[in-house]
Design a protein around this ligand. Structure first.
Ligand code: 9MR
Length: 430
């Protein structure tokens, strides 16, 4: 019986005795090519062969390894027949100790903060492209696709945008002009290097009966509507339309996206669809970005919390609904927090407690990542890009927000080593 899980054999060892080769294969796999195993005309992939008796096998050495037998160790290469795999980078991670992981495992990139309005146009007419250009060029020179995030958002937009040069609040017309100028100049700068843009981000929230934003707790939800941001207060829904119109004109080749969280909530998704459909009718939009900041399990105690709805089925449904509208679907900001939104705001102590990445979390994270990626692969024809919101656990927004407690939401740990979650999503036959 062969006891090793996989057999590896060097191509230049063709004259060696089989037993020698097998012996070597179990001791120095690193430098070896892989082996195609045939059993009297019956082809079997290079998987677990421990149950085969060796005398029933013949061994064939080949110059090129069939695609589906390659023991692939790179994440994006493993997924080459499914969708692009991206990572959010920041001004350091694309060139510091994270860079090797980034180049090895990802074939798409997005700037976490460096292409937001505050970064690119901190004061009127003062465009600052240096940092973003360096990051985009690094990604492009490594053959990656780049998503642009984000042109118009209620957050990380400088105050000047809302101020009139004559004092007081800017008029609707001035806001729309500023949106057009910003979108046009930014997209022209990155034309031919950024293939898809989040044109508008997070413009929808839930309200209670008193028109208060309900946040994450849907217990008092009465309706979904546009976020009551300054953009909306001054320019209404026209700020969204203007952003998409300007974007289409600035770079007709770019894919234009509306990006948001909690699309798995039927009511929120239906509200989003109500305006996305109008944009689609005018050929102003190409896709939706589903953020997917998930938790290790859906909330089970506090069922009015939005995270109670974070299931594979709900996410699959949202993907199918959007794809059926003829839209591209990108998973844009994937991470899985080890904390669960399972308690009330009175129970702050549990929310602020930090935990290490123990065995239990490792295994549960791996299982949850596997479930989502099994589903993503089932829907590969509908999804074009899956982007993680970061590279490794030592650098994640979830450890900054809301309390600084450590989180462990990505595929690589804080020492940049692959976690069980990484193995879990790599472990499938292509
Ligand atoms: O990860 C980003 C964090 O560093 C910033 O402080 C934060 C500012 O609000 O934005 C984070 O990225 C957000 C993204 O731009 C939009 N979706 C939610 C992301 C996580 O908050």
């Amino acid at each position: 019986m062969v006891t090793s899980e996989r057999i590896f054999l060097c191509r230049d060892e063709s004259s060696a005795l089989l037993s020698d080769a097998l012996h070597k294969s179990t001791h120095s796999q690193d430098a070896m090519d892989q082996l195609k195993v045939t059993k009297k005309g019956f082809y079997t992939k290079l998987v677990d062969i421990s149950s085969y008796k060796i005398e029933n096998l013949s061994i064939t050495l080949q110059d090129s390894i069939p695609e589906d037998t390659v023991h692939e160790t790179s994440l994006h290469k493993k997924y080459r027949n499914y969708f692009h795999i991206g990572a959010a980078i920041d001004g350091n991670s694309y060139r510091d100790s994270h860079a090797a992981l980034w180049k090895e495992h990802f074939n798409a990139a997005v700037c976490e903060n460096e292409m937001k309005w505050t970064a690119l146009q901190p004061s009127e007419g003062n465009f600052q492209f240096g940092q973003a250009n360096a990051m985009v060029n690094a990604a492009r020179s490594n053959g990656m696709l780049v998503r642009g995030h984000v042109l118009v958002w209620f957050d990380q937009t400088p105050d000047w945008v809302f101020q009139s040069p004559y004092g007081g609040q800017a008029s609707k017309q001035l806001i729309l002009e500023r949106i057009r100028t910003h979108v046009t100049r930014v997209m022209q700068e990155f034309k031919d290097r950024v293939y898809a843009w989040d044109v508008v981000n997070e413009a929808v929230v839930g309200y209670d009966a008193n028109n208060q934003d309900v946040g994450e707790d849907l217990g008092t939800l009465a309706r979904w509507g546009y976020r009551n941001s300054k953009l909306y207060q001054i320019a209404g829904e026209d700020h969204i339309l203007e952003a998409f119109k300007a974007a289409r004109e600035a770079d007709p080749d770019a894919k234009l996206f509306y990006n948001d969280f909690w699309n798995y909530l039927d009511g929120k998704r239906e509200f989003i669809i109500s305006f996305v459909k109008k944009l689609k009718e005018q050929e102003l939009i190409d896709g939706v970005g589903l953020q997917c900041h998930l938790n290790i399990s859906p909330a089970k105690e506090k069922l009015s919390n939005q995270s109670a709805y974070q299931t594979v089925d709900n996410l699959e449904k949202e993907i199918k609904v959007y794809a059926a509208l003829g839209l591209d679907v990108h998973i844009t900001e994937l991470d899985i927090s080890i904390y669960t939104r399972d308690y009330t705001s009175d129970d702050q102590s549990r929310w602020y407690m930090g935990y290490d990445l123990n065995e239990d979390y490792q295994n549960r994270l791996a299982a949850r990542y596997k479930d989502f990626f099994d589903m993503f692969r089932r829907n590969a024809g509908k999804i074009q890009n899956v982007t993680f919101w970061g590279i490794a656990d030592d650098n994640t927004w979830l450890s900054e927000f809301p309390s600084g407690r450590p989180d462990h939401p990505l595929l690589f740990d804080k020492h940049l080593k692959p976690k069980r979650a990484f193995d879990a999503i790599m472990n499938f036959d292509r």
